[in-house]
Ligand binder design. Structure first.
Ligand code: HEM
Length: 392
């Protein structure tokens, strides 16, 4: 569903609080009664601010700014009692919320200020009122409704702007982290390439096997740099998985055969005969399980036991990759799948977040449990093949 425009939202809120054309007429009629008080109310407004250092600190322009702000306040009150409560009115209220974020004003002061002005306006309406008490009550209700609506608009715009700014700060931090991660990952291969190129350029009489070994080194480093960029690419644009029936037992068997695991690691594969079939994209699932297995091996630098198990579980298939390595504490475990989080000296911390994204695109779940000193288990749950329509 498309988001409502600020004005549509305002109209929705007007219906919510029961605002009607009669309210607008009452405001218009009360205008001349209260207009003489606006200036005093604006003075009171700023005197009160002066008593609250956290509110006062956002006024950085001294007396001239206060004079301007008082005029702004008076204009705001004039608009309350004159309308039109149209699109421009709404946008001006939204602008207040935005401006308050810009100057770093805590929203609590606007709420307190509205409360104070509300009392002032209520008194002002009563002072010159000449009609009956029912009419006075109805007018005061209209003022209340309008102030609530104004506050809702200011608050809404404040929150939206606050959130937008926070996100853009967060984006900048992420860009910085990604850039730092890439720089870190590429520096090493580039240094090696530079050294080998220097050798090739400066040693005219080097034996052919030496030249070949340097060219091979360059080739390897180009490949590893390429892998860093490919990892980033696959994170940024993960293609929609091409789902087909995958026999989990066979899939894991083929995968573990192709992976070159360190000799000091013992692999135990335990898949029940009927580990089940799922709908999956074998290429993408290979990324997931290669990542999990590689991580498990990294957690056991001195060697250890790697257990891969698959079994039927709760309308799906559960595949676990367990290592007997160093394990992780609670804090690390909580963050381990966050993009760019890594505890490794090398690696930019995208492997697990890519894996989780892939599993989720397969309507599955990736979870982790760990015990320091004992090891970590990553478990992938994928729905049984019958759960997802093939489309063919
Ligand atoms: C009833 C609550 C309030 C209303 C209706 C209100 C209204 C406004 C309006 C209309 C503006 C101008 C927005 C624009 O640039 O178009 C503004 C800006 C500002 N407000 Fe408020 N405000 C309120 C509460 C406060 C409070 C409690 C403070 C505390 C110091 C404050 C400080 C400011 C400041 C410093 C600016 C920037 C003014 C400038 O550009 O010099 N406001 N406010």
């Amino acid at each position: 569903m498309e988001a409502l425009s600020p004005f549509e939202r305002y109209q929705d809120l007007q219906r919510y609080v029961g605002w009607s054309a009669e309210d607008a007429s009452r405001m218009l009629a009360a205008g001349p009664l209260v207009a003489g008080h606006f200036s005093t109310l604006a003075d009171d407004f700023y005197e009160e601010i002066d008593r609250h250092p956290d509110a006062r600190k956002v006024i950085t322009g001294g007396q001239p700014q206060i004079v301007r702000l008082k005029r702004t306040m008076v204009r705001w009150m004039e608009e309350l009692f004159s309308g039109e409560y149209d699109e421009q009115y709404v946008l001006r209220r939204c602008q207040i919320g935005h401006r308050h974020v810009e100057i770093g004003l805590s929203q609590v002061y606007t709420i307190a200020a509205i409360s104070r002005l509300r009392s002032g306006l209520m008194d002002a309406v009563g002072l010159k009122w000449q009609g009956d008490s029912e009419g006075l009550l109805a007018t005061r209700m209209s003022v209340n409704r309008l102030l609530d609506l104004d506050l809702a608009l200011i608050e809404d715009a404040y929150q939206a702007e606050f959130h937008r700014r926070e996100q853009s700060v967060q984006r900048l931090i992420t860009i910085g982290q990604v850039a730092g991660g890439i720089a870190h990952e590429l520096r090493n291969p580039l240094n090696i390439i530079k050294t080998s190129t220097y050798f090739l350029l400066n040693s005219q009489h080097a034996p052919p096997e030496k030249v070949r070994s340097h060219l091979e080194r360059i080739d390897r480093q180009v490949n590893s740099s390429d892998a860093v960029i490919a990892g980033l690419n696959s994170f940024a644009r993960l293609p929609v998985p091409e789902l087909r029936r995958v026999d989990i037992r066979q899939f894991l068997k083929q995968l573990t055969e192709t992976l070159e695991l360190p000799q000091e690691i013992t692999v135990q594969t335990q898949t029940t005969k009927d580990a089940g079939e799922i709908f999956g994209d074998p290429q993408q699932l290979s990324i997931v399980f290669s990542n999990l297995i590689r991580n498990a091996c990294d957690a056991m630098p001195q060697g250890g036991r790697l257990q891969i198990a698959a079994d039927l579980a709760k309308q799906g298939v559960e595949i676990s990759v367990r290592d007997s390595g160093v394990g992780m504490d609670k804090e690390i475990l909580q963050r381990v799948m966050d993009p760019l989080f890594t505890t490794k000296a090398r690696g930019i911390g995208l492997g697990l977040s890519i894996s989780r994204a892939i599993v989720e695109k397969h309507h599955g779940r990736l979870t982790a449990s760990s015990e320091t000193g004992k090891g970590t288990t990553f478990t992938v749950w994928l729905p049984e093949a019958t759960d997802i329509p093939t489309g063919d």
